[in-house]
Design a protein around this ligand. Sequence first.
Ligand code: PMT
Length: 406
Amino acid sequence: MDLRDKRIVVAIGGGIAAFKAVEVVRELQRRGATVRVAMTASATRFVGPITLTGLTGTPAVVDLWDPRYAGEVHVELGAWADAVLVAPATMNLLGRAAAGLADDVVLATVACARGPVIFAPAMHTRMWTHPATTHNVERLRAVGAAFVGPVEGPLASGEIGMGRLAEPARIVDAVEAALRPGATDLEGVRLLVSAGPTHEDLDPVRFLGNRSSGKMGFALAERAAARGALVTLVSGPVALTPPAGVTRIEVRSALQMREAIASRADEQDAVVMAAAVADYRPSERAEHKRKKAGEVQLTLVRNPDILLELGERRARLGAHRPVLVGFALETQDLLDNARAKLERKKVDLIVANEAAVGFAGDTNRASLVDAAGATALPAMSKHALADRILDRVRERLGVEAPPERA
Ligand code: PMT
């Protein structure tokens, strides 16, 4: 019931995912919110206003000129709502909102919102990846809008691709996050996050890798972006969709990851290394697929330690920026190893997690280790842990904490 006493306008755009707005309304209500609905005329082709009226107990507003309202309905809705959620947000709606148009009840309500506005985009992959949409998302983020999704999956066209509406629970999580006090406490902070494994090629078809799914790093990127940071996500090969508004750089090997990070580190306020970087790579990559030949001996050579290099460079320069956060992935002596890494790599914070808990799932359990000592945290979602790590980054940057999070 985290949305108790909260008033949310769900503004529905005209896309096939509009029917899922019904589930979103139900989930908001389940968590305690009072909901009112505004819809574009196109949205009514996909879901009936009467359904939404029945669910919310108040008329779903479609017409800016609705005679049931004595005053201006969009001004009233915008002032009433603690947050406005646009779901689904079509390419057309994003474009019109980014242009500052207010010619229907959905856009006029967005324009009059006194609280946060959250967009949950849904559209065909080619529309989502269209440069105009990318540009419009950037413009809306620049004026403080939050985004949730889209995600990859089956689309209305029958294809599988990027552009599907995020799951209702994730959308409502994003509304909760946007309403949390201090929701944008990392406004303008430049943050680089690394995520996922690296793949070290043996030949054109085989590689050495590890079990990192990228979820921890992607959760950090998503939460940082939602809190207002300008996020660059350097990720190894993973099957995850980057959060909206995050700049993603895809790499494969440790050497590529080092190049991507080292060339950008000086522009960052903070770097968080959640990637599971391979410590070794094959001494050579065969040009053609290796043939079976009985027992095989592989020669491995050390990869550079990216975090260590960043820590040493910062120490050489006598600088305090970027703030450096590393992880320690251990199967034994977790805290001792984490403390050793903190010192050896000359970083500000180590997030110590056990391999058996940290990999692949949606939850993690970690201790935060810095020069002042170790804080053991309970098991929590990777998104919640991301927030705790980002709180430490914020403290280290000297960004003032809002009272509720302090
Ligand atoms: O991706 P998930 O499935 O969600 O799993 C998350 C995770 C378990 C991978 C993550 O929480 C985690 O622990 N990441 C760091 C894994 C790791 O490589 O730990 P390490 O103890 O070997 O390395 C210590 C630190 O140095 C890490 O920040 C690592 O990114 C960095 N490093 C390591 C080796 C190397 N060559 N260069 C580095 O920069």
